[in-house]
Design a protein around this ligand. Structure first.
Ligand SMILES: *[C@@H]1O[C@H](CO)[C@@H](O)[C@H](O)[C@H]1NC(C)=O
Ligand SMILES: *[C@@H]1O[C@H](CO)[C@@H](O)[C@H](O)[C@H]1NC(C)=O
Ligand SMILES: *[C@@H]1O[C@H](CO)[C@@H](O)[C@H](O)[C@H]1NC(C)=O
Ligand SMILES: *[C@@H]1O[C@H](CO)[C@@H](O)[C@H](O)[C@H]1NC(C)=O
Ligand SMILES: *[C@@H]1O[C@H](CO)[C@@H](O)[C@H](O)[C@H]1NC(C)=O
Ligand SMILES: *[C@@H]1O[C@H](CO)[C@@H](O)[C@H](O)[C@H]1NC(C)=O
Ligand SMILES: *[C@@H]1O[C@H](CO)[C@@H](O)[C@H](O)[C@H]1NC(C)=O
Length: 768
C-alpha cells in the first residue's frame, strides 16, 4: 500500500453522454409480474419443459389427460392451442424484451400442425375446376355415411388455387390441421406407422348432432390399417370403392388468431427495435391460404342457394361469402394421384376476425403474396363487420351466424328466417349438442377481434358494435366478494332484421332478436377473453368504467390461482356420457389402434379402453356406477393464456393507472427514474451479465429494475446499470472504501486505481 504522498498519477474522468433509449423499458408492475410468472410456470421458464408441453414441445390442450370437451383427450392439441401459444410468446416478448419465443412457437406450429409435403402428396394433381364431390350433411347422425354424388355441374370452381401455387411455387396448402394426438394416445402415429408423435388425427365428420361423445377418432392418413374393410372411410361417406387417402380439416378461427398474435408480436417487437419480419411473412402466407374459409363448401354461388342441383355452381369469386367459416378441408390419394378441396357454407360470429382481415389487407409486412389475397381480405373485413352488426341484439350480445347451405344440404328454410347477403340466419351454426352459440366464450372470441380492430384502426363501425356490446358486458359481469360472476350460457330468440348495409348506423332494429343469460357462473378463460375485448374498446374511448371493470375482474382472478396457473374445480355431470353410445351403423365392424372393437352399440369408453388406465378414471367409473359427478380442476392452455394475455395488456397499455388495486407501484411505461441525480455508477451485477447482457457505460440511467438489478438501455439493447462492484474488489478486500465520486487517480497498481478522500485511500469507481 503506497503512502498517500507517493501518489504519482493525475488522471481525470470525462463524462460520456448516454443516448436516451428509443425503446420502452421492461415492465415490472404487478400485472407484468403476474403475466411473466404465469408464462414461466406454463413454459418452464421458456424451456418448454413443463406439464403444459410434451417432450416434443406439443402444447397440450390441458395439463390433465382425462378431459373431454371438443378434444376428447387432454393431451391432444388443437390449432387453437398453437394460436394461443403465439399470443403467450408475444406478450412475454413485450414484457421481457425477449421475443425469441415467438419464432420458436411459430416453428412448432408449422412443424406439428401444417402437414409437410410428404404428408399431403398429390396436390399438383388437384383440378381447380372440379374441386370435390358433393355429399349432403345430415342433421341426424344416423344419416351417415352420406352418399357421394358423382354428377357434373354441382360443384363450382376454386378461384384461388392457381394464384396460390403461382405465389408460393407449389400446390401444397399452408394451413393448420385442427387436431393432433400429442402423445399418440390413440396409436395411429404418422403415415400409419403407429408410433410417431404427435400424430394427425380427426374426430367429428358426421353433422351437427355429432357431439364429441359420438365421435370415432381416426387417422388423417387413411392407409386402411385400422378400422374396417375400408378403414374408417365408410363411416362417413358412401363411395363405389374406397381409395387409401389423406385428409385434413382447418379450424380457421385458430389460423386467424395465430395471425393476430403474430401481428401484436411483430408490432411490439418493432417498437422495441426487434425485427420479426420472418414471422410476419409466414403469417401472411397462412392468411393467403386461409381464404379457403371464405368459400361455400362446394364453391356454389352465395345467396338464396336452394337445391344442390338447382343452385348454381360458382364461377370466379361468386362463391365467396368473405366470412371466416367453420372449416375448410383438403385431401387426396396416398399415391399422390388425386386431390380435393372444400370450403364451408356455415359461419359463426364467434369465429370471425375482422382484425386479421385488416392486418392482411393493410399492413405491408403481412401482405399476402398472391395476386388477390390482400384485396379479398379487404372485402372480408367489411363483410365481417356487417355480420356483427346484423347479429347484434338490442341487449348488445351477438347472435349465432349465417349459412349458405341450410341443413348442409342446400335445403330451403322456413320463410321467417331472415338473410344476410342471401345467407340464412342460424342461431346455432354447425353444431347443436350443445348449441354452438350458448357458450359465452363465443362472445369474447369474436368481439375481442372487433374491439382490437377498433383500438388499432379506429374504424367507427367496429366501435359502434363494441360500444353496444360493452354495455351488455358491464350489465352481465360483476365482481363480488372477490368472486367473478358473469354470463356463462346464453339463450336465443327471434330473428334479426333482414340485412341492408345502409342499416349499419341505424338503431332500434332487430326488435325481435334477443339473447338472454340462461346461466351465470365463472369460466376463467371465457371471462378473460371478454374483458380483453372490453379493454380495447374502453381504452380507445377512454371509458374508465369499462377499464375499471376489466382490471377488477383480473384482480379477482388472482383469487383462483394455484400451482399451475388459475383454475376452478368443475363437477362434470356430462361425464356420464363416457357410458353413452357412439353411433355405428349396424353391420359395420372394425378395430382401432387401441385394440377396441368398433361395432353397433359400443360406448365412448368401449372404443377408448386406454382411459381405464388414466389416474383419474376411478372417479369417472364411480360416477357411472351411481356415484357423484367427478370433479376436475382443469388447466386448459387456451384459458391460461387468455388470463396471461389480459394481465399483460393491462401492463403494456398502462391500464392499472386507471385505479386498479394492484397497480400502485412502479408505473409501466414512463421512465420514473430519469433524473440525473439518480444515475448509477459502478459496474453491473453478475446476475445481469450472466444472462448475456453487458454492463452499461458509466453514469447510466436506470430505466427498469427487477430482482436481477438495475437496467439501462444503450444502442437499443438492455444493459446492466450499476449495482455491481463500484470499485475493484481487490481494493475493498483490503479494507478500503470506494471513493464516493470519480476524481483524481493518485496511484495505480495491480489492484486498480486509487483516489483519496477524507485523508485516506479509496478505490476509484470502475466506471470513471
Ligand atoms: C424457473 O425459475 C424459477 C426462479 O428462478 C425457479 O424457481 C423454477 O424452479 C424454474 N422452473 C423451471 C421449470 O425451470
Ligand atoms: C427486417 O428484416 C428483413 C429481412 O430479414 C428486412 O428485409 C427488413 O428490411 C427488416 N426490417 C426492418 C424494419 O429492419
Ligand atoms: C341454449 O339456447 C337455447 C335456445 O335459446 C335454450 O333453449 C337453452 O336453454 C340454452 N341452453 C343453455 C344451457 O343455456
Ligand atoms: C340489428 O340489425 C340491424 C340491421 O339488420 C342493424 O342496423 C341494427 O343496428 C342491429 N342492432 C341493433 C341493436 O339494433
Ligand atoms: C422523466 O420521466 C417523466 C415521467 O416519469 C417524464 O414525464 C419526463 O418527460 C421524463 N424526462 C425526461 C427528460 O426524459
Ligand atoms: C444521467 O444519465 C443521462 C442519460 O443517460 C445523461 O444524459 C446524464 O448526463 C447523466 N447525468 C449525469 C450527472 O451523469
Ligand atoms: C431522482 O432519482 C433519485 C434516485 O432514484 C431519487 O432519490 C430522487 O428523488 C429523484 N429526484 C427527482 C427530482 O425526481
Amino acid at each position: 500500500m503506497p503512502s498517500i504522498r507517493t501518489a504519482l498519477t493525475l488522471l481525470s474522468a470525462s463524462a460520456a453522454v448516454i443516448a436516451a433509449p428509443a425503446m420502452k423499458k421492461r415492465a415490472n408492475d404487478v400485472y407484468a409480474q403476474r403475466a411473466i410468472e404465469h408464462y414461466n410456470i406454463m413454459t418452464g421458464n421458456g424451456s418448454y419443459n413443463s406439464e403444459y408441453f410434451s417432450p416434443e414441445n406439443v402444447p397440450y390442450h390441458s395439463v390433465e389427460t382425462l378431459m373431454v370437451e371438443a378434444p376428447d383427450h387432454g393431451h391432444e392439441s388443437v390449432s387453437e392451442t398453437y394460436s394461443f401459444w403465439i399470443w403467450l410468446e408475444a406478450v412475454n416478448g413485450k414484457l421481457t424484451g425477449d421475443y425469441s419465443g415467438v419464432e420458436t412457437a411459430w416453428s412448432y406450429l408449422e412443424k406439428h400442425m401444417i402437414p409437410d409435403s410428404k404428408n399431403q402428396p398429390g396436390n399438383s394433381k388437384y383440378n381447380p375446376s372440379s374441386p370435390a364431390t358433393y355429399a349432403a350433411e345430415h342433421d341426424d347422425i344416423d344419416g351417415y355415411p352420406s352418399e357421394l354424388i358423382f354428377q357434373n355441374g354441382i360443384v363450382g370452381e376454386d378461384p384461388i388455387a392457381k394464384e396460390l401455387s403461382q405465389a408460393y411455387g407449389n400446390w401444397d396448402i399452408y394451413a393448420m390441421h385442427w387436431i393432433i394426438d400429442g402423445d399418440n394416445w390413440y396409436g395411429y402415429g404418422q403415415q400409419g406407422d403407429g408410433k410417431s408423435k404427435p400424430s394427425f388425427i380427426n374426430t367429428f365428420q358426421r353433422g351437427p348432432s355429432e357431439s364429441t361423445w359420438k365421435t370415432v377418432p381416426h387417422p388423417c392418413w387413411e392407409a386402411m390399417k385400422w378400422g374396417g374393410r375400408n378403414g374408417f372411410l365408410d363411416l362417413f361417406t358412401v363411395d363405389n370403392s374406397y381409395a387409401k387417402q389423406w385428409r385434413y380439416t382447418a379450424a380457421p378461427d385458430a389460423d386467424a388468431r395465430a395471425i393476430q398474435a403474430a401481428y401484436f408480436a411483430w408490432l411490439w417487437a418493432d417498437e422495441d427495435g426487434v425485427n420479426l419480419s420472418s414471422v410476419a411473412s409466414n403469417a401472411a402466407k397462412l392468411g393467403d391460404y386461409l381464404r379457403y374459409a371464405q368459400y361455400d363448401k362446394y364453391f356454389k354461388k352465395i345467396g338464396n342457394c336452394v337445391g344442390y342441383q338447382q343452385c348454381s355452381a360458382g364461377s370466379g369469386k361468386n362463391s365467396a361469402h368473405y366470412l371466416i367459416s367453420w372449416y375448410f378441408a383438403w385431401g387426396g390419394g396416398l399415391q399422390g394421384d388425386w386431390a380435393w378441396r372444400i370450403g364451408s357454407s356455415h359461419t359463426h360470429t364467434g369465429y370471425q376476425s375482422p382484425l386479421a382481415a385488416w392486418i392482411l389487407s393493410t399492413q405491408s409486412a403481412f401482405k399476402p403474396k398472391s395476386a388477390t389475397g390482400a384485396k379479398d381480405w379487404a372485402t372480408s373485413m367489411e363483410r365481417q363487420l356487417e355480420l356483427f352488426r346484423w347479429l347484434q341484439t338490442p341487449e348488445g350480445c351477438i347472435a349465432g351466424g349465417a349459412t349458405n347451405s341450410w341443413q348442409g344440404s342446400y335445403a330451403k328454410p322456413s320463410s321467417e328466417i331472415t338473410t344476410f347477403y342471401g345467407m340464412w340466419y342460424d342461431w346455432q351454426p354447425v353444431y347443436h349438442d350443445p348449441p354452438s352459440n350458448n357458450w359465452t366464450g363465443m362472445q369474447g372470441w369474436g368481439m375481442e377481434r372487433v374491439c382490437s380492430l377498433y383500438y388499432l384502426s379506429g374504424d367507427e363501425r367496429a366501435g359502434l358494435v363494441c360500444q353496444n356490446w360493452a354495455k351488455w358486458v358491464k350489465e352481465t359481469t360483476r365482481v363480488s366478494n372477490g368472486e367473478v360472476i358473469h354470463a356463462t350460457n346464453l339463450g336465443w330468440d327471434g330473428n334479426p332484421d333482414e340485412w341492408k348495409s345502409s342499416n349499419f348506423k341505424k338503431s332500434n332494429l332487430n326488435a325481435s332478436l334477443h339473447g338472454t343469460v340462461t346461466s351465470e357462473g365463472c369460466d376463467l378463460g371465457s371471462i378473460a377473453s371478454i374483458v380483453k375485448a372490453l379493454m380495447w374498446v374502453s381504452m380507445k374511448d377512454g371509458d374508465d368504467e369499462g377499464i375499471q371493470l376489466a382490471v377488477d375482474v383480473m384482480d379477482a382472478i388472482e383469487n383462483y390461482k394455484d400451482d399451475l396457473g388459475y383454475a376452478i374445480t368443475e363437477a362434470r355431470a356430462d361425464y356420464d356420457k363416457f357410458g353413452g353410445e357412439v353411433y355405428v351403423p349396424s353391420g359395420w365392424t372394425g378395430k382401432n389402434a387401441q385394440g377396441a372393437n368398433i361395432k353397433s352399440g359400443v360406448t365412448f369408453i368401449d372404443i377408448r379402453p386406454k382411459y381405464k388406465e388414466d389416474p383419474d378414471w376411478a372417479q369417472v367409473e364411480d360416477f357411472l356406477n351411481g356415484g357423484n359427478p367427478p370433479e376436475f380442476t382443469y388447466h386448459r392452455f387456451w384459458g391460461q393464456t387468455e388470463i396471461m394475455v389480459a394481465n399483460g395488456i393491462i401492463s403494456i397499455y398502462g391500464l392499472d393507472s386507471y385505479g386498479g388495486k394492484g397497480g400502485n407501484n412502479n408505473n409501466h411505461n414512463n421512465n420514473n427514474n430519469n433524473n440525473s441525480s439518480g444515475n448509477k455508477t459502478g459496474t453491473c451485477p453478475t446476475s445481469i451479465t450472466r444472462q448475456g447482457y453487458k454492463c452499461c457505460s458509466k453514469n447510466c440511467q436506470v430505466v427498469y429494475t427487477d430482482a436481477d438489478g438495475d437496467w439501462g438501455v444503450e444502442n437499443g439493447n438492455w444493459c446492466g446499470c450499476g449495482g455491481g462492484e463500484i470499485c475493484p474488489s481487490a481494493i475493498t478486500n483490503q479494507g478500503y472504501k470506494c471513493c464516493s465520486t470519480c476524481g483524481t487517480v493518485w496511484y495505480q497498481d495491480a489492484d486498480g486505481d486509487w483516489g483519496v478522500e477524507n485523508g485516506d485511500w479509496c478505490g476509484m469507481p470502475l466506471d470513471c
